[in-house]
Ligand binder design. Sequence first.
Ligand SMILES: Cc1ncc(COP(=O)(O)O)c(C=O)c1O
Length: 399
Amino acid sequence: MGSYANLARRALETEMPIMVQMQEVLRGAKNCVSLAQGVVYWQPPKPALGKVKELVWEPSVSRYGADEGLPELRVALVKKLRQENNLHKSSVMVTAGANQAFVNLVLTLCDAGDSVVMFAPYYFNAYMSFQMTGITNIHVGPGSPDTLYPDVDWLERILTESKPVPKLVTVVNPGNPTGTYIPESLLQRIANLCKNAGSWLLVDNTYEYFMFDGLKHSCVEGNHIVNIFSFSKAYGMMGWRVGYIAYPSEVEGLSAQLLKVQDNIPICASIISQHLALHSLEMGPEWVRERVQTLAKNREIVSEALSPLGEGSVKGGEGAIYLFAKPPKGGYDDFDVVRWLANRHGIAVIPGSACGAAGNLRISFGGLTESDCRAAAERLKKGLEELVANGLVQDPVNF
Ligand SMILES: Cc1ncc(COP(=O)(O)O)c(C=O)c1O
């Protein structure tokens, strides 16, 4: 056994990624099906993949590109931001996914020792990004018990009463891990409170297209607001690693400071991936929406599988690819339930404790086609029926 003595506190004191812990659970369980990882079942658009295939011999693809992204992709994204997101005064930096966009922004906008605000249940990687950049003063606000919307009255109190004033507030819309969307008026109120307090607002729009039941996603803009986006889920490009930051063009120096961070992490996002992003974007938002609509059926199938938990136990799911459910209390924790479901019933989900909401489960309905989702949901339902009836029945071989 080695010693931990020389490892940095910034790493040691950061949570272990839940997906790494889940990989361990999955390795130990036989034939486990996953409703755990936040992924989609589709691949990038075929015509876009075809065009990129022809580009591999192009020398520029193997060289470094501009730090802020391929010029033609940035032009296309500025147009998309205007037309689809109503963002008219934003500049774009292309990153290796929305996660890297988030880290770039935390490093550019916050100092170690600053305080920040997020809402539970929160996106685990955002929490970890704060921890590992020395921002250990993390105010975690509640969500409304019924809707899970961020509690904006609480935010108002924190922003007026905390000294020093929190440097940054972050929200995910629609949310991971709950799938809860933030209505436009609420988002605007959050933006106004941040402006009055002098805090940055960082909105993660990774699931902008993932809205159900006719609900509409919206963005807010201002010189204190930064938005991040991702190609991962929308275009099935998880492994290609492309996301982007939309930041206020008018804020002097912001672009220069962002470039310092970018140049020291990826230098530029993968060039071939950026070409794929550009050609995917050419397919238009309808290409994405058609696929997202197929997930409404998956959501219905998974909701039905959660019915043994009883009325009021399942929340969220208006957007994104998640439902958030509360198993019965029974002297065990949510990770025990996750391990038990994986080992005894062959179905993986995420424990809410990874998202600041212990005692809950996050179920993702994006990664499987309808028929595979149906098979996974059957296992989940059987497991939950047993859990509700008998608790965590021990299996001497597997548990
Ligand atoms: C809210 C949220 N932000 C960011 C990411 C990471 O996206 P990317 O693959 O673009 O880094 C995810 C992925 O699950 C997410 O759910």
